[in-house]
Write a protein that binds this ligand. Structure first.
Ligand code: NDP
Ligand code: BG6
Length: 481
């Protein structure tokens, strides 16, 4: 284990929000408990909500866990961690407020610290914050210590044009080296394993193409509704929130060609190549949905349009299924069905690679074909890899059944699986950009969804209603060949 060099200040913009409370501070606490963070370490939260330091600490505490420090030591670690946390309320676009923040950071005089800014805010305020930080003189444009780095959350913009504009404008404040465009799915253990699965096992590469694979599903379901995130979500919707980034990154890792080397540059080059071969999604190849009120798990759930701060006529999709096609020799004709939905019947994220059926069935005159093989990569929960095979059921008769070869992480790796944010935050502190998004990847990803997003916004397309807690709308129209 290498301890990050200090001193280090971590400033979380949008510290009152869902991401900061549920993911960033818990990940920082985990790294703190494991001894990765320097001794000279402080955390600063900034947002518009008026909170005292103690109220802020109270909010953070709700989500800190003792998983890396079970027993009595956890309480001591928690109080040490919380004593390093300060909060300041201010406006995102105000350089005066940023100067106040700077003064708070300077309060305990010591040598200059590295500064990590985390933008846990809606993209609409990324630029305001950057400019205000720049105007307040808080950004150092050097790679040397003490450095300043900025972690920018997804979605990076609203469409291709606004994303390009954001890249250009952010470039006036931060150097490209200092910008870390995060997609936390790339930090998830099973997603980090996708390349190893494909390129460290000879069995897959020969059949990883249209001759053997019939269809690929990339499925993402969440059993939560808006959870108070209207301020962000209602202007973005599920395509920008999840599909354009998390799901396309998974797709790129599944579909790309083998990189010459496992280096960040070669891997990202291959991802860009395959993303550029995907045609923009059309409305014929998409189903849009929005959740409606229902009773689910014994509770009455409101529909999307009744959620606080959502307009009663909002057309923002909370569900989308899209059929993507890759125009290259490996994949021509193989549909990639990418589906994402909020307020569905489960939290589940997996990739299903469905192989073609065998042309003949040697084992039963009654059935012409055998069930096809299927490789399932379960990203969460219950991480695992399953290969569906036809197998002889033990006994005197020749009876075939479909069974899984299964690699469940919980039993294969009983130790703890690190959280994606822990891994990625460490990478930022170490200056490793391998798992962060390059600007050309971003451009290619926006090109796939921008025309559809414009159509949805301009025509105010009415999404299909599905009950909270259901499997979402019917998507048959995009499955037909
Ligand atoms: P929130 O809606 O909780 O927003 C974060 C904070 O930003 C809020 O506490 C609020 O703070 C401020 N805010 C909200 N809406 C606006 C607005 N319209 N204008 C200005 N400020 C606003 O969102 P999340 O924390 O969930 O998401 C923030 C970012 O993180 C998004 O880009 C999202 O894509 C990304 N993200 C979120 C994840 C999650 O699990 N929540 C996971 C991965 C990425 P205040 O009013 O106090 O200023
Ligand atoms: C975020 C989305 O990027 O991912 C959220 O903004 C979503 O809407 C979250 O809830 C899911 O992350 P995870 O790691 O819980 O799958």
């Amino acid at each position: 284990m290498t301890k990050i060099s200090g001193p280090l200040d971590i400033v979380v913009m949008g510290a009152s929000g869902d991401l900061a409370r549920r993911k960033i501070f818990p990940a920082l606490f985990s790294l703190f408990c494991q001894g990765y963070l320097p001794d000279q370490l402080r955390f600063f939260g900034f947002a518009r909500s008026k909170l005292t330091d103690d109220e802020f600490r109270g909010r953070i505490t709700e989500h800190l866990t003792c998983r890396y420090a079970p027993g009595e030591s956890c309480a001591d670690l928690m109080s040490d961690f919380l004593s390093r946390c300060r909060y300041m309320a201010g406006n995102y676009g105000s350089s005066e407020d940023m100067l106040d923040l700077y003064q708070l950071m300077q309060a305990e005089k010591r040598c200059e610290a590295n500064i990590l800014f985390y933008f846990a805010i809606p993209p609409s305020v990324f630029l305001d914050v950057s400019r205000a930080l720049g105007d307040a003189g808080m950004i150092r444009c050097t790679q040397e210590e003490p450095w300043t780095r900025a972690v920018i959350e997804k979605p990076f913009g609203q469409d291709r044009e606004s994303s390009d504009n954001l890249t250009c404008e952010l470039g006036k404040v931060f150097t490209e080296d200092a910008i870390y465009r995060i997609d936390h799915y790339l930090g998830k253990e099973v997603i980090q394993n996708l390349m190893v699965l494909r390129f460290a096992n000879l069995v897959f590469e020969p059949i990883w193409n249209r001759h053997y694979i019939e269809r690929v599903w990339i499925d993402w379901r969440e059993d939560l509704g808006l959870e108070g995130r209207a301020g962000y979500f209602d202007s973005y919707g599920v395509i920008r929130d999840v599909m354009q980034n998390h799901l396309l990154q998974i797709l790129a890792l599944i579909a790309m060609d083998k990189p010459q080397q496992a280096s960040a540059q070669h891997v990202r080059d291959e991802k860009v190549k395959v993303l550029r071969r995907i045609s923009p999604v059309t409305l014929d190849h998409a189903v849009l949905g929005q959740y409606g009120a229902a009773t689910w798990r014994d509770k009455d759930r409101v529909g999307y349009r009744q959620e606080p701060d959502v307009s009663p006529s909002s057309c923002t999709p909370t569900f989308c299924a899209a059929r993507l096609e890759i125009d290259n020799d490996r994949w021509r004709g193989v549909p990639f069905i990418v589906r994402a939905g909020k307020a569905m019947n489960a939290k589940e994220n997996e990739v299903r690679i469905q192989f073609r059926s065998m042309e003949s069935n040697l084992f039963s005159s009654g059935r012409r074909t055998l069930p096809p093989n299927e490789l399932v990569v379960r990203i969460q929960p219950n991480e695992g890899i399953y290969l569906g095979l036809n197998n002889k059921e033990p006994g005197h008769d020749l009876t075939l059944e479909k069974r899984d070869l299964d690699l469940r992480y919980a039993s294969a790796y009983p130790g703890m699986i690190p959280d994606a944010y822990e891994c990625l935050l460490l990478d930022v502190m170490e200056g490793d950009k391998s798992l962060f998004i390059r600007s050309d990847e971003l451009e290619a990803a926006w090109d796939i969804f921008t025309p559809l997003l414009h159509k949805i916004d301009e025509d105010k397309l009415e999404p299909d209603l599905y009950p909270f807690g259901s499997y979402g709308p019917v998507i048959d129209k995009i499955l037909l060949d």
